[in-house]
Design a binder for this molecule. Sequence first.
Ligand code: NAP
Ligand code: GDD
Length: 353
Amino acid sequence: MKKALITGVTGQDGAYLTELLLKKGYKVFGTFRRVSTPNFWRLQTLDVFNKINLIPADLLDMGSLLEAIKVSDPDEIYNLAASSYVGTSFEEAVGNSEITGLAVTKFLEALRNQNPNIRFYQASSSEMYGDNKFKVQNETTPFLPSSPYAAAKLYAHSITNIYKKSYDIFACCGILFNHESPLRGMEFVSRKITNAVAEISLGLKKELVLGNLKAERDWGFAGEFMSAIHLMLQQDKPTDYVISTGVSHSVSDFVKEAFDIVGLNWKKYVKTDPKFFRPLEVRHLRGDSKKAIKELKWKPKVSFEKLVKMMVDEDVRRWKTFLDGKAFPWDAPLYPNESRLITRLSKGKIRKN
Ligand code: NAP
Ligand code: GDD
């Protein structure tokens, strides 16, 4: 039985990757950060929480990484942990560089010293292309990071390749374009939109305030992107791949699509506020995954329209389930605004549709 160690197992990708690897018969170990209130709602939603071996580890603590490798003795490591929200990386630039960037060197050092035969996956990002001038980005497109997050990811990407070439380690970087799902964090624009659309459609909220509506992203479904990263570690030789759908849409396209699903005109509800604009914006991302399609035989199947519908439907279902008084694994109570709404609803202070 193959063994895999996933860092960042409590995140969106960690949950889907766990589900995939368990289906493939792997024994799965996952690291989680010690926080005052542990948060396993995604693993619970996918019903994999009781099937995984959890190891406390922090990317900032090399001892804990060494221990995680020792305890799990894995064939494959998927390094998904990062401080992944670009917006916050401007406010917490130093911490972000340490967690998302420098920590990867510590991990590679731990791996090199403990067992250099382990196959290593590094979660690189299309954000590394930054505010580039190219219509489409692939593995040969120059990087131009436009955020502290992207700079840290580019450092991690580079150091992974340096260790691969210097020490003959099987290490791959997946340059993944934006991938979303009903398990996406609510700070990201896709889920911020679909959650607000659900609330507005149920009469729980009156408006949605966003930043730059013109930014364009290549949005895919996280669940199917995880099979691509698994395939990367099954190849004969380690190499980097762009994983994307090849189709881009603007934030306003996403908004329109989501409001259309519940039969509302988005223009009546959406406002913009400069506080949600970034100091530096990445205006356009669109990936070219020809290499992955050819070598990994991987192809995305979930369209933009299907993805938005999947997310809106699930957020509507969640709010309805909550209003019916039923408990279920959910992240809304963890966010200040949603938590306040939930409290007011529980006290009967808001009238719903
Ligand atoms: P996510 O939902 O934000 O999950 C990030 C994970 O990292 C969480 O489990 C988080 O733990 C963990 N983490 C953060 N800081 C840590 C630390 N100091 N020590 C240990 N764990 C820490 O992100 P995701 O969407 O699943 O993305 C997975 C990876 O792919 C990330 O590296 C991200 O940067 C990269 N990526 C994502 C996308 C995308 O569109 N989703 C695209 C390209 C690349 P907590 O739960 O405790 O916060
Ligand atoms: N979050 C957010 N909130 N973004 C907004 C908003 C808003 O209210 N209004 C407009 N946007 C715009 C952002 O300025 C950005 O151009 C775009 O929506 C997408 O923002 P996010 O969903 O926060 O994602 P991201 O593209 O910055 O980063 C995600 O994708 C990267 C891959 O390209 C994250 O998952 C990163 O971890 C990942 O590496």
